[in-house]
Ligand binder design. Structure first.
Ligand code: AHM
Ligand code: MG
Length: 334
């Protein structure tokens, strides 16, 4: 390889965070420190997922979480790694995890941030070696807030940062900040660093790919059925792609375009995916990349305030025009 072909001016996540911090007047560095702790949790979760079948981490832990899902051993480890990283950052006051029934309150009264996360989303795919991911969002606590779980019952528009890491062929981190760009980083295992490989991601405005568990279509409402029939009967019918890991399906949709849907239906009237740590962070990423995200009532996902930290919602997420098609058909049905 010629010398000129090697990039010696690499933008690591650490460098990116430093550069972002210098753009903010009077920045304390607290947010940057919190992001470093997040980065460490992604690296360590990636490491254990890679080694899972070698060190006997596959299979069930013998417990079940709040909602009765069987917990995988890796779910437990991912959750513990994430909590330890957030606690040790000293910058997080409240933490909501999919794996914890109650919000976790850390004894750091001056910490300004609250974090929401699903440490290992899509874990039913783990033992088959299919991609899973961590979804996260960061809120800044209101001035004078008591630091309780009620501080988390806020709309996604309040998020100061959000994103996800997909543990696939390589670990891919997608990060966005309020009103900012979406940036994609790839984990370089030899360097032990996330490298900026996908700067300022913008998703295609349309693409004929849909991603939904169509096995549930028996329970879908009229409008959703009309939409799916329309795209399947289009002159050039849409392709179906469904991994069953939200992070992996969303990452593909972000890169290639198309739509990911998990509608509320007659069996799950509130939907399946969680507002705080699945729907809202993804909606923020997609909007900042030029896409749209709505719930099953066609309301903008980011405006939805959960009534409980584990509240669920239906979601349609994707390229601007693809989500608009769903909205238009639903509007027609009233
Ligand atoms: P989990 O948080 O228990 O892993 O469930 C969330 C996952 C998402 O990753 C995925 O989009 C969805 O559940 C798949 O659900 P289904 O198996 O009903 O298609
Ligand atoms: Mg989940």
């Amino acid at each position: 390889v010629g010398r000129e072909e090697i990039n010696t001016d690499i933008v690591t996540l650490t460098r990116y965070l430093n550069e972002e911090q210098t753009k903010v007047k009077d920045a304390t560095g607290d947010f940057t420190l919190l992001c470093h702790a997040l980065q460490f949790s992604f690296k360590s979760i990636a490491y254990y997922i890679r080694r899972a079948s070698l060190i006997n981490l596959s299979g069930l832990a013998g417990s079940s979480n709040t909602t009765g899902d069987d917990q995988k051993k890796l779910d437990v480890i991912g959750n513990d790694l994430f909590i330890a990283a957030m606690k040790s950052s000293g910058r997080v006051r409240v933490l909501v995890s999919e794996e914890e029934e109650e919000a976790i309150i850390f004894d750091v009264p001056n910490a300004k941030y609250a974090v929401v996360c699903d440490p290992i989303d899509g874990s039913s795919n783990l033992d088959a070696g299919v991609s899973v991911g961590t979804i996260f969002g960061i809120f800044r606590l209101e001035e004078g807030s008591k630091g309780t779980k009620d501080d988390m019952l806020r709309p996604g528009t309040d998020l100061v940062a959000a994103g996800f890491t997909m543990y696939g062929a390589s670990a891919q981190l997608v990060l966005t900040m309020k009103g900012g760009d979406v940036n994609g980083f790839t984990m370089d295992n030899s360097l032990g660093e996330f490298i900026l490989t996908h700067p300022q991601m913008q998703m295609p405005k349309s693409r004929s790919i849909y991603s939904a568990n169509e096995g549930n279509s028996k329970y879908w409402d009229e409008a959703t059925l009309e939409w799916v029939n329309e795209i399947k009967q289009a002159e050039k019918p849409y392709s179906a792609r469904y991994i069953g890991s939200m992070v992996a399906d969303a990452y593909r949709t972000l890169l290639y375009g198309g739509i990911f849907a998990y509608p509320a239906d007659k069996k799950s009237p509130k939907g399946k995916l969680r507002i705080l740590y699945e729907c809202a962070p993804m909606a923020m990423v997609f909007e900042n990349a030029g896409g749209q995200a709505v719930n099953s009532k066609m309301e903008r996902m980011l405006t939805i305030v959960p009534l409980d930290i584990h509240d669920r919602s239906g979601i349609f997420l994707g390229s601007y025009d693809e989500v608009q098609k769903v909205i238009d058909i639903h509007k027609k049905h009233g």
